[in-house]
Design a protein around this ligand. Structure first.
Ligand SMILES: C[S@@+](CC[C@H](N)C(=O)[O-])C[C@H]1O[C@@H](n2cnc3c(N)ncnc32)[C@H](O)[C@@H]1O
Length: 295
């Protein structure tokens, strides 16, 4: 089997059905021709980023943007950099395009397809940053090969960064965070940002002080969320991304709500709070931000 065949056999995502709202469909029809990029498996045609964005600027690649709220917010706050955001979930594509249209954002391009295919079309050293916020944790051992942050993928991502460029990963799954750190630490082309490492350690200490009942509750909640990974039940669940965050679990199942305590510090995290992060926080899971620089 060739390289492309191997990658196709081990996807980092599972196909999800998603409802495309009228707003999303309209945004897709109106804005895709201008802002969209189709990623086709096996296509290795180089993407000329200067041409794609119509200017020369530092560039950020965001992998798995979900519904794109954080992408749009970061791009709006950071007009000097361009954001190439890639996702496989179609409603998310429509939503981000709608946000791009609403915000008049000229520094966002939306790629539809497998990020690990797209990376082969970007010239080495061209990116200022890569964002991987809350990638699917694939918690079962037999699914670990599907994780996005794993040695082979990290090499591909790191090569796209300029020297000094940043790979910023975040997860609410402690065991995945540990695996990420092991993988990223062992890549000799990356060094961890020390300040960010300290912040993460402090945050984890705080979370560990939570009671064991909460931890047990969290495991149960995650088992339910991950049930769709096993296939047959997947279609029975409404598309997660289309439901309001607070509707996803009965109130009595919710863990500590960070909104009720001190406000989350976007500046310290280096990003706004994402939709999946909110779910993790509600379930009592610790958030790890892992920031590495290319050397
Ligand atoms: C758990 S969600 C997190 C979404 C968003 N970053 C957030 O924090 O709310 C992970 C997302 O990554 C996407 N994804 C996973 N593997 C991908 C890949 N290889 N290429 C593009 N998107 C991918 C999935 O479709 C999913 O929407």
């Amino acid at each position: 089997m060739d390289d492309a065949g191997e990658r196709r056999a081990v996807r980092t995502f599972h196909p999800r059905r998603g409802r495309m709202s009228k707003r999303h469909a309209e945004a897709l029809a109106a804005l895709w021709p201008k802002y969209g990029l189709t990623v086709v498996d096996g296509d290795r045609t180089a993407v000329d980023l200067d041409e794609l964005f119509g200017r020369v600027a530092p560039r950020v690649l965001e992998i798995g943007f979900g519904m794109g709220d954080v992408t749009a917010a970061m791009a709006a706050a950071d007009p000097g950099r361009d954001y190439l955001a890639v996702e496989v979930h179609t409603p998310g594509i429509g939503n981000l395009l709608a946000l791009v249209g609403d915000g008049g954002l000229t520094n966002v391009r939306v790629a539809h397809g497998d990020a690990m295919e797209l990376v082969h079309r970007i010239a080495p050293g061209r990116l200022d940053a890569i964002h991987v916020f809350f990638p699917d944790p694939w918690p079962k051992a037999r699914h670990h090969k599907r994780r996005l942050i794993q040695p082979g993928n990290v090499v591909l991502l790191r090569q796209l960064l300029r020297v000094g460029g940043v790979l910023h990963c975040a997860t609410d799954w402690p065991e995945y965070a540990e695996a990420m750190v092991a993988t990223l630490d062992s890549d000799s082309g990356l060094v961890r940002d020390e300040q960010q490492a300290q912040d993460t350690e402090q945050a984890q200490d705080t979370e560990q002080a939570q009671d064991t009942e909460q931890a047990r509750h969290t495991e149960q909640a995650q088992d339910t969320e991950q049930a769709q990974d096993d296939g047959p039940v997947q279609g029975k669940k409404p598309p997660e991304d289309d439901r309001p965050v607070r509707d996803k679990r009965p109130a009595q199942d919710n863990g500590p709500v960070r909104d009720d305590g001190p406000r989350r510090d976007d500046e310290a995290a280096g990003r706004p709070e994402t939709k999946f992060e909110k779910r993790g926080v509600r379930a009592g899971r610790p958030i790890a931000d892992l920031v590495y620089r290319r050397v």
